[in-house]
Write a protein that binds this ligand. Structure first.
Ligand code: KE4
Length: 431
């Protein structure tokens, strides 16, 4: 049996940083990344045989828990008939019909293989549909790693972005404006100055990539009103929030009808599957119907579609989201109460099945406030909980997730482990 350290050592030889996605490397929290061998329900088992209650859920997709028997059965059954054809299959139609039935703003969808593909494609579509180039995104929101979106805020509120990654030409992000999340006034000012040149706003309707940041309803309403007024499109990036915060996703929860939406994670049930979609008149601009090119060898992959359909069938069960929300609320309330009993500045909140934990007195409302949370305390919490068998996201700047497989007893176990940590950390000087 190899240890985490041995595998990590070997992995770094041929994989940059030893991981296939940066956040997995534990650079934000320190230490050696965990290599997992198995998942079942709410639990993960690592390569050294240790078990953990899992609050990452593969960053959101595993809303049913790991290896749900009906999802695994669907995958095995379909895989036995062939893994990919690069040609249409009937199940793609069923998935498209299901997504459109569950999400009224969707009249048409295109299936792709990752959230990055979905957001990259939907931005090209928005620019193609409007004939405009400018894009508005928000500081702290992450929409995947396509060039137009790897942008950090420019020097001034109304100046265009700078690349947040090397290899992204400055000229590419010249068309991307980065504004503060939840700031309706800044958004209005940007539209006052550039409204007629803005193709679209892309926004996480609940931000989940700078920890969980709840939207100010006035902010989302302003985004909707300003885009209508100026002939721009509103894109809800629901890759994380889609079917996670509610069956009707964030757009249904907050009563905002975006022009275009992206989905991922939950709709693939753990397999590589994402989608973008929206109003028919816009979607009909996508090739081969229209002039906006978009394609993918494995788009609508039969095995991924089978996992997605099985997942979507199960989350439609009556009471599914009430139970999921109850578990998330129990976790947030329990951790907050435990921290308070030991004088630790900590708070937590959830929206549906996703939650945020903050070493701060109040939940942050934007990126600047997130940066004032105590990440050193989070990192200590992360490692103490990991040691005690509770796996949270290895970064203070990520949202967490519960699944339908987490029982009230599981959550109580996690709260008790956190209480032991808070009690211990409160007694240690300098904490
Ligand atoms: P992917 O390309 O990773 O499938 O999706 C990109 C993406 C797009 N939009 C939103 C709102 C997202 O949250 C994501 C991906 N989320 C991260 C979690 N912070 C994925 C984890 C990772 O990068 O390894």
């Amino acid at each position: 049996m190899s240890t985490h350290a041995e595998l990590f050592e070997r992995a770094q030889e041929h994989i940059p940083g030893g991981v296939n996605s940066p956040v997995r490397a534990f650079r934000s929290v320190g230490g050696t990344p965990c290599f997992f061998a198995k998942g079942k329900g709410a639990r993960l088992t690592d390569v050294e045989g240790r078990q953990y209650l899992d609050y990452v859920g593969s960053w959101g997709p595993l809303i049913l828990g790991h290896a749900h028997p009906e999802v695994v059965e669907a995958v095995q059954r379909v895989a036995a008939n062939g893994l990919s054809f690069g040609a249409p299959i009937a199940a793609e139609i069923e998935l498209a019909e299901t997504l459109c039935r569950l999400t009224p703003a969707l009249e048409m969808v295109r299936l792709v293989s990752s959230g990055t593909e979905a957001t990259m494609s939907v931005i090209r579509l928005a620019r193609g549909h409007t004939g405009r180039d400018l894009l508005v995104k928000f500081e702290g929101c992450y929409h995947g790693h396509s060039d137009s979106l790897l942008v950090k805020a420019g020097s001034g509120l109304l100046t265009f972005g700078n690349p947040s990654s090397s290899g992204v030409p400055a000229d590419t992000v010249r068309h991307t404006l980065v504004l503060p999340y939840n700031d309706a006034a800044a958004l209005e000012a940007a539209f006052d100055r550039q409204g007629n040149n803005i193709a679209a706003i892309i926004v996480e309707p609940v931000a989940g990539n700078m920890n969980l940041i709840a939207p100010d309803p006035a902010f989302l309403a302003a985004a909707r009103a300003l885009t209508i007024r100026h002939g721009a499109l509103l894109i809800f990036d629901e890759v994380m929030t889609g079917f996670r915060v509610a069956l009707e996703s964030a757009q249904g929860l907050f009563g905002i009808v975006p022009d275009l939406s992206t989905f991922g994670k939950v709709i693939g049930g753990g397999m590589p599957l994402a989608a973008f979609g929206g109003r028919r008149e816009i979607m009909e601009k996508i090739a081969p119907l229209g002039p906006v090119y978009q394609a993918g060898t494995l788009s609508g992959n039969p095995v991924a579609v089978a996992a997605g359909l099985a997942t979507l069938r199960l989350i439609e069960a009556p009471g599914f989201y009430e139970r999921l929300g109850e578990r998330a609320k129990q976790l947030c309330q329990g951790l907050t109460d435990a921290a308070a009993r030991h004088g630790v500045d900590f708070c937590a909140q959830h929206i549906g099945g996703m939650f945020g934990l903050y070493f701060a007195r109040m939940p942050p409302a934007n990126f600047a406030e997130v940066m004032r949370c105590d990440t050193a305390l989070f990192n200590r919490f992360f490692h103490a909980m990991l040691k005690d068998g509770h796996y949270f996201a290895p970064s203070a700047f990520e949202a967490g997730f519960v699944s339908a497989a987490h029982s009230a007893m599981d959550i109580e176990q996690t709260i008790a482990a956190a209480e032991r940590h808070f009690a211990g950390s409160a007694s240690k000087p300098g904490d």
